[in-house]
Design a protein around this ligand. Structure first.
Ligand code: ZN
Length: 248
């Protein structure tokens, strides 16, 4: 089978190729659906960044930040449908503010961070919770529970220039019309700026990379045909549907 190269165009890639069932290239878009001229990079995430989520997981706050990475192959468009695995136990929603990087950040200072941000969006840090619990028990890294194909459905990005105070963003997730998560960036343990500064001490953030900023409480299992409404007020209202990978 010959490899197909996808060139950047305003045409958005489809979520899945039916013939091969291999996910095709994901492309960053803005909140109005226009392609953004940045490559899809890695996704660098922080865990345990909201106290209420630490409590619901029966964890303890730690002085050291918990960082992990999802590969580019985890990225998918959030809407109108995204696909979750059906054969690895519970898949939990974690609704998070996402930051798109447009300039390299390497061992950055807080003064350098603002100029490196393209914009903000919402993403789901999908988590195979049963797999993660088992790996934690074994003392192993939980990469596969967070980095599997499709583990990061993401909406379009609102340009940073439109958002005066990103640390005051508020967001929510409704599942089948009932409120499951409500987030307020002001309640982050580490601010968005702090997160980027600290991450960049370990991992260079490159243009096209995404940073996820942690989930508030309300994580829980997603089911086939769940109707989700993600809101980043007043910028984004995204309606989407969950499908499992067994049902075409
Ligand atoms: Zn998360």
């Amino acid at each position: 089978m010959s490899e197909q190269t996808q060139e950047k165009s305003s045409k958005l890639p489809q979520q899945l190729s039916d013939e091969t069932a291999i996910p095709v290239v994901y492309q960053h878009t803005d909140w109005q659906g226009q392609a953004i001229d940045l490559p899809a990079g890695k996704v660098v995430c922080i865990g345990q960044n909201y106290l209420d989520h630490i409590q619901e997981m029966n964890s303890q706050p730690a002085p050291q930040a918990l960082f992990f990475i999802k590969p580019t192959t985890a990225l998918r468009r959030l809407a109108p449908v995204f696909v979750i695995p059906s054969s690895h136990g519970a898949v939990h929603n974690e609704t998070e503010i996402a930051v798109l990087i447009k300039q390299p950040l390497c061992k950055a200072t807080s003064a350098e961070v603002a100029a490196a941000i393209w914009g903000y969006s919402l993403a789901l840090d999908l988590t195979l919770r049963d797999v993660q619990a088992e790996l934690k028990k074994l003392g192993r890294p939980w990469e596969i529970a967070k980095g599997f194909d499709g583990a990061c459905p993401i909406a379009g990005f609102v340009p940073a220039a439109l958002i005066d105070e990103p640390q005051q963003l508020q967001f929510s997730l409704q599942v089948n019309n009932s409120l499951r998560q409500q987030g307020d960036a002001i309640l982050m343990i580490r601010s968005i700026t702090q997160i980027l500064v600290e991450m960049s001490q370990w991992f260079t953030l490159a243009p096209g990379d995404i940073v996820l900023t942690g989930t508030p409480a309300g994580v829980g299992p997603l089911q086939h045909n769940d109707q989700l409404h993600l809101a980043l007020s007043p910028w984004l209202d995204v309606l989407t549907t969950v499908h499992t990978d067994q049902i075409k």
